[in-house]
Design a protein. Structure first.
Length: 612
């Protein structure tokens, strides 16, 4: 630290922190607190601070002010998983740096094109964990038999040598050990050569999985990922560990997914490197991010749309969230409006009058400062009906100020004067990668989300009553007492119907979804639904009504994941339940067009266009 301080006192100095995992213990926080004045000096003397590729060991625990302040002082802040980013609330998400190494795409494609008569599963296991149980060893042997593969146990980290030797002996597998006197570089060559000949890779070490992928091996869900670190980090590259079930039949599909994830991660990291190199090399100053004020409250840790907008943060975009004080007095470059009817309600109540006055001040300020408006069209028309009267006048003013109108689904007509761009609703794979998997109950059908009249709950209850489904589960907050009474009455009459009223935390919701074979959304109107994407992100097929947006979704994701009905009755519910249970084991829906790399970059382009 003293060397950094001396340098910062006499010259422009840049600080780059090591990538890797951090543990927010007392020692770490005290060290970072001591660094804050020095970092402030570095920034004051036009130096840059980069901390990219960092993951928090336990992101679910409370993060204090010191780490948030520390991160906010960085020029380039990139976390390797969304859970770490959300815990701190500052920075963007970037793939792990290890994706940059390994074989190039031509080599991977050639390797995948050549078939092997003797498939290999390369297995690497930590030596600092408890010894695996005999039941797990038996399950690995069974999996190897299902795959028709032989195992090679790899020692990638020297301190894992004893565990590797033990595991190879118990499995009767070949061992790639770490000979005495061999340095790290030479061992890495041996390890990579082994992974390049392997069909699959399985490990409880994150970088064993990533190194295996960069040499063409498909990552298998064979060793328990209790910390979920591997799942969280792979999700940032839009990938997951693949199930052993169906792995042989899916091999070519899974290999394509691995290649796509590796090239996307490398492209993203190349862009990150270019941005950092220009600033840290003194060729350019780091570009000031576009400050975007969203017309919604800050994320509260649940998967509301505000969390999606927080995820658009990059080195070039800094999202902020709504308060009237910030809107009327704060500094921002773009105003991004969602659901204008929430910002400017109709009516003549005192609250509506105050909000009308504040909204008038906001619009006047944006006109005077020439702040462009970006609008996301969440619904073709407000569910509560159009705002009229003086509220309608303000809505028209917002339409006139709109420079870019973002559509979540194709085919919608413009509602403002803005340039229309299509940015699909992003998937939810990253936030839900934090939660462990749950077992599925055959025949269990689930509805989740807000329970409102237009969402077709009565029709679903009627269809279920005459169907042969094993059970119907309803989870969410009802909108009125009549609906509560109807659900309770049906549950009393039919033991297959169960419910849980009220808001459900994400982990509990994930468990509810994963326990179900099918998620049904009987909406009378369905335009763009985040709930549908939550189900698909957790690899559960959905039953939806026929609308232009669901037809487009089925075409995008696949008919094996999205089933469309014209009439929801008992017969349709029966057939849909059977259809869902027959899906390919271990398959994943195609959500590539909704990856957060694409959504993040697309929003950045929309903001730049609005400011041009």
């Amino acid at each position: 630290m003293l060397a950094l301080l001396r340098s910062a006192l006499v010259r422009t100095t840049h600080l780059v922190w090591n990538a890797g995992e951090i543990s927010l213990d007392r020692r770490f926080l005290v060290g970072r607190a001591a660094m804050l004045p020095v970092i402030a000096l570095v920034r004051a003397r036009r130096g840059e601070v980069a901390q990219v590729g960092i993951g928090i060991r336990h992101p679910g625990r409370r993060v204090g002010r010191i780490i948030r302040l520390f991160a906010s002082m960085g020029t380039f802040v990139g976390w390797r998983d969304e859970a770490s980013r959300n815990a701190v609330g500052v920075g963007t998400v970037t793939p792990d740096w290890a994706f940059l190494e390994g074989s190039d795409m031509e080599e991977l494609e050639a390797r995948h094109a050549s078939s092997s008569s003797s498939p290999i599963v390369a297995i690497s296991m930590r030596g600092d964990r408890s010894e695996p149980l005999d039941s797990w060893l038996a399950s690995v042997a069974t999996s190897l038999a299902e795959l028709g593969a032989r195992a090679v146990v790899v020692c990638q980290v020297r301190r894992d040598a004893e565990r590797a030797k033990w595991l190879a002996g118990r499995l009767g597998a070949e061992l790639l050990d770490w000979p005495d006197g061999l340095d790290h570089a030479e061992q890495e060559k041996r390890v990579r050569a082994c992974y390049s000949s392997a069909t699959w890779v399985a490990s409880d070490r994150l970088h064993s999985v990533i190194v295996g992928m960069t040499e063409g091996a498909v990552p298998l869900d064979l060793i328990p990922d209790r910390s979920r670190k591997i799942a969280r980090t792979l999700a940032s590259a839009d990938l997951a560990l693949f199930s052993v079930m169906g792995a042989v039949a899916r091999l070519e599909e899974d290999r394509r997914a691995v290649r796509a994830a590796v090239i996307a991660a490398r492209n993203r990291l190349t862009d990150v490197t270019r941005a950092m190199s220009g600033a840290l090399g003194g060729r350019t100053r780091a570009e000031r991010p576009i400050r975007v004020l969203h017309s919604m409250a800050a994320p509260d840790g649940t998967t509301k749309y505000a969390r999606h907008m927080a995820a658009t943060e990059s080195f070039f975009v800094k999202p902020k969230f709504f308060t009237w004080r910030r809107a009327v007095l704060g500094r921002y470059d773009v105003f991004h409006i969602h659901w204008p009817e929430h910002l400017v309600p109709g009516g003549a109540s005192l609250t509506a009058s105050i909000r009308y006055l504040l909204a008038s001040l906001l619009i006047r300020r944006m006109r005077r400062r020439q702040v462009p408006v970006v609008r996301t069209l969440h619904n073709v028309a407000p569910h509560a009906g159009a705002v009229s009267g003086r509220g309608g006048v303000l809505h028209r003013s917002i339409d006139e100020l709109t420079k870019v109108e973002i559509h979540l689904v194709p085919g919608d007509s413009a509602v403002s004067f803005g340039h229309v761009v299509l940015i699909p609703h992003g998937h939810y794979r990253e936030p839900y990668a934090t939660f462990p998997p749950a077992g599925c109950d055959p025949g269990r059908v689930l509805y989740f989300g807000m329970m409102k009249a237009y969402k077709g709950i009565p029709e679903l209850l009627e269809a279920a009553s005459g169907s042969g489904i094993a059970s119907l589960r309803l989870v969410g907050a009802p909108s009125d007492a009549a609906l509560v009474s109807q659900i309770r009455q049906r549950a009393a009459e039919d033991a297959r119907v169960t419910y849980r009223f009220g808001f459900v935390q994400d982990e509990e919701l994930a468990s509810e979804i994963l326990m179900s074979v099918l998620c049904v959304f009987p909406y009378r109107e369905l335009h763009s639904s985040g709930a549908v994407l939550v189900a698909l992100s957790l690899e559960r097929p959905v039953l939806v009504p026929r609308t232009p947006s669901t037809i487009a979704l089925q075409s995008e994701v696949g008919a094996e994941w999205v089933r469309i009905y014209d009439v929801l009755d008992a017969n349709e519910l029966n057939n849909a339940s059977i259809w869902a249970s027959e899906r390919a084991q271990g398959a994943r829906p195609n959500l590539a067009g909704r990856s957060w790399e694409i959504v993040r970059a697309s929003h950045g382009s929309a903001y730049r266009h609005a400011m041009s």
